[in-house]
Design a protein around this ligand. Structure first.
Ligand SMILES: [Zn+2]
Ligand SMILES: [Zn+2]
Length: 234
C-alpha cells in the first residue's frame, strides 16, 4: 500500500527498517543504506528505474546506527556518490562511539551486528548542519533532530511538505513507539526535537521503520504518540 506520498519516493524494505530512493527525472539520491540484503534490492530498483549507479548523486544519512549505515561503504563505492551526515555521526559509523549507561547495550548489539555482517566503515564526505538546504529531490532542508543520537537529522522536502523523520519514532499497526531507551544516546534532547517537528508542521511524515508507506497515517500516529492535539496544517 502506498498513499499520500509523492511519486518519486521509493521504499527499499530491508531486514530491520526502510531506506529510500528519492528520484527526480534524471537523478536520484539514497536516504540511508539499510543492513542485510539491501544491496541486491537497491541495485535492482536503480536498474528497474532506468538509472545507473552513477545516477545516484548523494547518500544522505539520518544517523549512523548499523541498520542505517550498514551498506554505506558498499553504496559509496558502487555509486561514487558523497556521503552527507551530521559530523557527530562519524563515531557511530566507525563503531567507535562511547556508549554510556543503559545505551551500552546498543553498542554491544551493534558490535555483534558489525561482526556478523562483516561491516565496513566509510567516511562522511560532507558534514550537515541544521537548516542547511540541499539541492536534491527538488530541495531538501536538513532538520537536526538530536535525541536518538546527537547528530540525528531529518530531511524536509518543502515542495512536498514531507519530513523524513528517521528514528524519532517507529510506526507500525498496533505498535507505534519511541525508540527504546537503550538506543537513545542523547535523550535529553528528544523533547525539543519533537517540538521542532510540531512547529515545522509537515503535511506528511515518513519514518525509517514502518508498515505502510502513507505520509498522512504516520503524521497522525506521530501526533498521537507525542500528545500533539489539534495539529492543524497551515
Ligand atoms: Zn537508530
Ligand atoms: Zn533505525
Amino acid at each position: 500500500m502506498r498513499r499520500n506520498v509523492p511519486p518519486g519516493l521509493h521504499t527499499i524494505r530491508g531486514f530491520m527498517g526502510c531506506c529510500h530512493l528519492l528520484v527526480t527525472s534524471d537523478e536520484c539520491v539514497m536516504l540511508d543504506t539499510g543492513l542485510f540484503g539491501e544491496p541486491i534490492l537497491i541495485r535492482r530498483l536503480v536498474r528497474k528505474l532506468g538509472f545507473t549507479p552513477q545516477s545516484v548523486k548523494a547518500i544522505l544519512l539520518t544517523h549512523g546506527h548499523l541498520d542505517h549505515a550498514g551498506n554505506l561503504a558498499w553504496l559509496r563505492r558502487w555509486t561514487g556518490a558523497k556521503v552527507y551526515a551530521h559530523p557527530a555521526e562519524q563515531a557511530h559509523v566507525d563503531g567507535t562511539y562511547l556508549y554510556q549507561g543503559i545505551t551500552k547495550w546498543c553498542g554491544r548489539l551493534e558490535a555483534a551486528g558489525r561482526a556478523l555482517f562483516r561491516y565496513r566503515s566509510a567516511p562522511i564526505d560532507e558534514f550537515l548542519s541544521d537548516r542547511q538546504e540541499l539541492p536534491f529531490w527538488g530541495g531538501l532542508r536538513v532538520i537536526h533532530l538530536p535525541g536518538h543520537t546527537a547528530g540525528h537529522c531529518g530531511f524536509f522536502s518543502k515542495r512536498h511538505g514531507l519530513l523524513f523523520s528517521g528514528d524519532m519514532f517507529a510506526s507500525y499497526f498496533f505498535n507505534v513507539h519511541r525508540p527504546p531507551a537503550i538506543l537513545n544516546s542523547a535523550p535529553e534532547c528528544f523533547a525539543d526535537s519533537v517540538e521542532k517537528i510540531r512547529r515545522l508542521n509537515p503535511r506528511w511524515i515518513v519514518p525509517s521503520h514502518y508498515d505502510y508507506l502513507d505520509g498522512e497515517l504516520h503524521r497522525r500516529r506521530f501526533a498521537k504518540l507525542f500528545g500533539i492535539g489539534n495539529w492543524q496544517l497551515h
